[in-house]
Design a protein around this ligand. Structure first.
Ligand code: 13P
Length: 329
């Protein structure tokens, strides 16, 4: 049986085109830029100044020239933008847009586990996926995204063990591709964990010649069936590199279909699980309930109200040094 994730999204009475016009005007009036992750609604991506994967957006955040950044994504992304831009005002459309991965690794539990390893005489460095809180980032040696993980892991001295937090599936995949031994934190992403292997096999059988693309946050049984394993930008680059119209089965957050379609409209994209009805109808089931808290209304409202805002915390300074050496150097 495939699981579906639903989020509470009140239906808007407001015309999306009017909202987009209002947002454009507010951006000028408030001297603001919008950064949007590939997992937010397509209409928000369309009005953004920067769109991308976690790595590109973290880098883009350092190039923004306006005094305000609106980050349409989830809380840890807004936090990272603030860490890189202490002097700017960083707003997020909904303070409750969190991340199951970030939640799975509370900083006090990580610190206690690191102490325990040190007490055992283990010589290790901690590598954290960017999907963590700033408090966790301040406790680690390196930050990776799906886009630079290999490169960063190669920078960890070969004589050190690696404690990888918090995504056990991404960690297992990185063990496979880098050959490094890692101690894995038992976290996982609620969206990437719910793909049904049965659904995937069924769709694959029904779709001759299809290509399966999956995010490395997916469990091993999904990745074993996958043709292209990669983060969101790698998926985008891949579909652009294929000229011949192809059907792609996409195992990641369903909003990702929007940038793929924009980048390479010659292809057909089916979100996994895509076919749930015997009629052969497709549905986009795998929406992240946190990402989908971002709406055009909330983008407009946060610009208008100047909040919710990410406030600077003391430990951001330490997290900044780690983000800086990991993502910018
Ligand atoms: P990307 O870096 O591939 O965009 O992944 C973002 C993410 O949060 C996946 O859950």
């Amino acid at each position: 049986m495939s699981l579906q994730i639903f989020s509470e999204r009140p239906v808007s009475e407001e015309d999306p085109l009017d909202l987009m016009d209002e947002i454009e005007a507010l951006k000028k009036e408030k001297d603001a830029s919008i950064l949007a992750h590939f997992y937010v609604d397509g209409e928000i991506q369309d009005i953004a100044d920067f769109t991308g994967d976690s790595l590109k957006l973290a880098r883009d955040a350092t190039k923004v020239t306006t005094s305000t950044i609106v980050f349409a994504g989830v809380h840890f992304m807004g936090e990272s933008a603030k860490i890189m831009n202490p002097e700017k005002r960083v707003l997020i459309p909904d303070m409750l847009a969190g991340c199951s991965l970030a939640d799975s690794c509370p900083p006090d539990q990580l610190a206690a586990f690191q102490d325990q390893l040190r007490a055992q005489g283990r010589d290790f460095q901690t590598v954290a996926y960017i999907n963590t809180s700033a408090a966790v980032k301040s406790l680690v040696d390196w930050i990776v995204t799906s886009g630079n993980a290999r490169e960063i892991i190669d920078r960890v001295p070969a004589d050190k063990e690696i404690l990888f937090v918090p995504d056990q599936h991404l960690g297992r995949y990185l063990i496979e591709v880098t050959g490094r031994k890692m101690i894995l934190w038992p976290g996982s992403c609620m969206v990437h964990e719910v793909f049904s292997i049965q659904d995937l096999i069924r769709i694959k059988k029904r779709t001759p010649g299809c290509v399966i693309m999956a995010h490395p946050e997916c469990p091993q049984n999904i990745l074993e069936l996958t043709d292209v394993v990669g983060g969101t930008e790698k998926m985008r680059q891949h579909v652009m590199s294929v000229e011949k119209p192809t059907t792609f089965l996409v195992a990641t957050e369903a909003a990702m279909i929007h940038p793929l379609q924009k980048a390479a409209p010659q292809h057909t994209y089916i979100p996994v699980p895509g076919i749930t009805a015997s009629t052969g109808e497709t549905c986009a089931c795998n929406r992240c309930p946190h990402m989908s808290r971002n709406t055009l209304q909330k983008v407009r409202d946060c610009l208008k109200n100047g909040g919710p805002e990410i406030e600077w915390k003391d430990y951001f300074q330490k997290a900044r040094a780690v983000l800086d050496k990991s993502l910018l150097k």
